[in-house]
Design a protein around this ligand. Sequence first.
Ligand code: SER
Length: 337
Amino acid sequence: MRKKVILITGAAGEIGQALINEFIDEDRHDLLTLDLKPLPPELFGQTIHIQGDVLDQNLFARLVTEYEIDTIFHLAALLSTRSEFAPALAHQVNVNGTLALLQLAAEQSQNRGKPVRFIFPSSIATYGLPDLETKTRDFYVREWDWNYPTTMYGCNKLYCEQLGAYYGRHFQQLAETTPVMLDFRSVRFPGLISAYTVPSGGTSDYGPEMLHAAAQGKPYACFVRPDSTIPFMVMPDAVKSLLHLWGAPRERLTHDVYNVTSFSLSAAEFRELVLQAFPGADITYQPDLRRQGIIDSWPAGLNDKLARRDWNWQPDYDVQRAFEEYLVPNIRERYAR
Ligand code: SER
């Protein structure tokens, strides 16, 4: 018999590491993890880890002979800034990688006669607001507002949301018998902040970078203007949202894609909070006009009413709790070691 597993791609990334830790605490599922990189040493031996590529079809063909994949958390992606420097590669990884996994999940769903749950993190990058006036006016965007991304990453995420919905609802719609389809669920994340890892290649990175630099006593030049405002969320809430959406009864879900958020901050407000925790911090502004343009196109806030209604979404950390109880103490401890 094949071993039943949860597959996590992009497992060595920020969300991946946090998600694996949560599963380890629960100790109820076998995890098959995939990443180009090895997992960090503290996670060695906790999962069946494959160092490999989401574009490697032979690898997947082998994996399905050995494992029954029950759920896929497909986290592997190139983030927004990095994708602008390598758009063709970003499309390969972000779109073709997702397509390969959706196809695998679709086939697995049919073979075992039971839907594979496919959990997909999407992003504020799927939005593209035309100017700052509109951004201020339409502060909390709804899922269907302003879906005009200006980045390769945002285009990739928006399209993959739609591919997921296609595979979950219309796959093989002209076949004589309706196949068992996969069960696709997606959250659109705001900028994420972890106390333990720093992001790489994203455009919301100035928040976490500011904080981690301050905690290490390093100077930091913020690459956006003080008034730049986007929504944020701390990593425990990001993981909570993925797990809650995963566990929600299908009949409660009226949409395939849900906004989730916690608090919105301008770069100046973010800096103030960091200075309260680390009073000597040297944080200046050196806006990079191109990255600024991306942040200006992202919404200032997300309307997450649908998630709250359909699957009782609620973040545990508002801004005060996020800094006082999660970020500052854990970051202090991390760099004191
Ligand atoms: N944090 C991501 C980025 O900046 C947005 O999803 O690319």
